[in-house]
Design a protein around this ligand. Structure first.
Ligand code: T3D
Length: 263
């Protein structure tokens, strides 16, 4: 049995957070939700942390809800809405709003909420053996953790419907070909590539990257006019930051920029 439910590795400028319940493919019980929440708190409190990597131990990324940890009351009617409200929705909102880029390094199967947690991350990398499964319909549930929002956007409406209704697995290569994820790597090189990307992002203008995340999220509901206004406001903010001055100076001096990440 694993003892630490989350393994955090602090590297220069970023953290890697690893779900660590390999015996159940890193499915979420209450303790894992609490441990992940604490790991995200620590990452946010660490001002030197400018990127995050989320991955899993063993052969799974995350198999969603631990189906052996569902409260079934005496009347036989569990209140799943409560679990969603308490655990999954805050997690998804948090991942989207984190003021730094979040990479999902999908090392194996990502099923149920596990798949949608990956899609909530900013950049999804996957090992060639990974697969994504909207497993919900197989147990008579509805995709949650943003699944019905992410899927049509990353896969298109026709694929979203089939994937959600059938619960069929999508291979990492298919997910990449469909534009659902950023890149597939051989299993043996996934972690090295994910660390390389996290280290790269940790040296970028973090404040501006946080504004880019905000702009892209808001574009999902904004009209073009609203988005143009938002871009104006965010650009105004970005332009007042020290990293813009540094970026321009570095360009003119033909040297690599040394971004502080401050906004
Ligand atoms: O509160 C609420 O319930 C609402 C929230 C819902 C959010 C959700 O995520 S609902 C969806 C829950 N997830 C699933 O339905 C996926 C269930 N798992 C699977 O379908 C399969 O395990 C996989 C397709 C993911 C992988 O299949 P395979 O053949 O590679 O592995 P396996 O043999 O099925 O699993 C390995 C072990 O992990 C096995 O344990 P054992 O037999 O070796 O002791 C299996 O029971 C365990 N495991 C896998 N997924 C879960 C799990 N244990 C508990 N909960 C799981 N979700």
């Amino acid at each position: 049995m694993s003892t630490e439910l989350i393994l955090t590795e602090v590297r220069e400028g970023y953290r890697s957070i690893q779900l660590n319940r390999p015996e159940s493919l890193n499915s979420f019980n209450r303790a894992l939700h609490a441990a992940l929440g604490a790991a995200l708190d620590a990452a946010e409190a660490d001002k030197s942390c400018r990127a995050l990597m989320l991955t899993g131990t063993g052969r799974g990324f995350c198999a969603g809800q631990d189906l052996s940890d569902v409260d079934i009351p005496k009347d036989g009617h569990p209140d799943l809405a409560k679990t969603i409200d308490t655990n999954y929705n805050p997690l998804i909102r948090r991942l989207r709003a984190l003021p730094m880029p979040v990479i999902a390094a999908v090392n194996g199967v990502a099923a149920g909420a596990g798949a949608n947690i990956a899609f909530a991350c900013d950049i999804v990398l996957a090992g060639r053996s990974a697969k994504f499964i909207q497993a919900f319909s197989k147990i008579a549930l509805v995709p949650d953790s943003g699944g019905t929002w992410f899927l049509p956007r990353v896969a298109g409406s026709a694929r979203a419907r089939a994937l959600a209704l059938l619960g069929e697995a999508v291979s990492a290569e298919q997910a990449e070909a469909w534009g659902m994820i950023w890149k597939v790597y051989d299993d043996a090189s996934l972690m090295a590539e994910a660390h390389k990307l996290a280290a790269h992002l940790a040296r970028q203008p973090t404040g501006a990257l946080a504004l880019i995340k905000q702009a892209l999220d808001r574009s999902e509901t904004n009209t073009l006019n609203q988005q143009l206004d938002l871009e104006r406001d965010l650009q105004g903010q970005a332009g007042r930051g020290p990293d813009f001055r540094e970026g321009v100076a570095a360009f003119l001096e033909k040297r690599p920029a040394q971004f502080s990440g401050a906004m």
